[in-house]
Write a protein that binds this ligand. Sequence first.
Ligand code: C5P
Length: 283
Amino acid sequence: MEVIEKAPAKINLCLDVLHKRDDGYHEMEMVMTSVDLADRIVLKTIEENQIVIHSNNGFLPLDQRNHAYKAAKLFKDTYHIEKGVDITIEKNIPIAAGLAGGSSDAAATLRGLNRLWQLNLSNDELALIGEKIGSDVPYCIYGGTAYATGRGEKIQQIDAIPQCWVVLVKPKKGISTWTVFENLSFEQITHPETENMLTAIQENDYSQMVENTGNALEPISAVKQPDIKRIKRKMLQFGADAALMSGSGPTIYALCKKYSKAQRVYNGLKGFCNEVYLVRTLK
Ligand code: C5P
């Protein structure tokens, strides 16, 4: 038997960093939503008690550094499962991009193993395993639109955002989340109006939503990656309703209500960057 799970990418509509905690992590407040750019995870039981990973992407580590591997290992250890699993990751989400691709693969692996080995665990139980892998994994278990606090692992699901088109642009060089947080100085930060964002979503108000997008980490990542500012400027020139960095970057996304505008942004940026995607938000 085999189980197939979709692992969608996420974007941050708001990302705020409140303070540094004693455990070294940062206290966050975020609003995120899933988009229909997804990896595809195929899971099969194997006789040998091993975790075997394959991928179409040669840059992805296939050992214990891989998030899906970590997820399978934790799942097997937690529930004392002696069987092995073969995991194929069809990678479509850019790596080290701020789109939670690795976290989404881990979450899809946990959901998939729950089905494959019929453990009947709730999403809340899977999220508890997920948070040991990374701060974004619990969100990826639930997907959709969510308000996240703590180090990002405390999830409250909220209404879907007003449907729109999303153009994603990934600059060539990735950024590690760790580096961005290491370089964070609170004087540089502009805090987004998360409260306004939550109200806009609750009222299904697209124009208020685009007006209140904001990412406190953007100025820090933009120092490392000057392309971020250039891409943002181009997106707005081509008519995007909003342009923002996702997560710790370096991916920039544009929001467009109209498909014709999204196509203009897509075509305009395509000549400038290799990795450009035109997708929809997911409900
Ligand atoms: O949780 P995750 O493993 O994805 O985080 C990667 C790194 O990002 C952490 O080791 C930490 O340096 C930083 N981080 C942080 N505060 C958060 C989330 C991540 O400082 N809320």
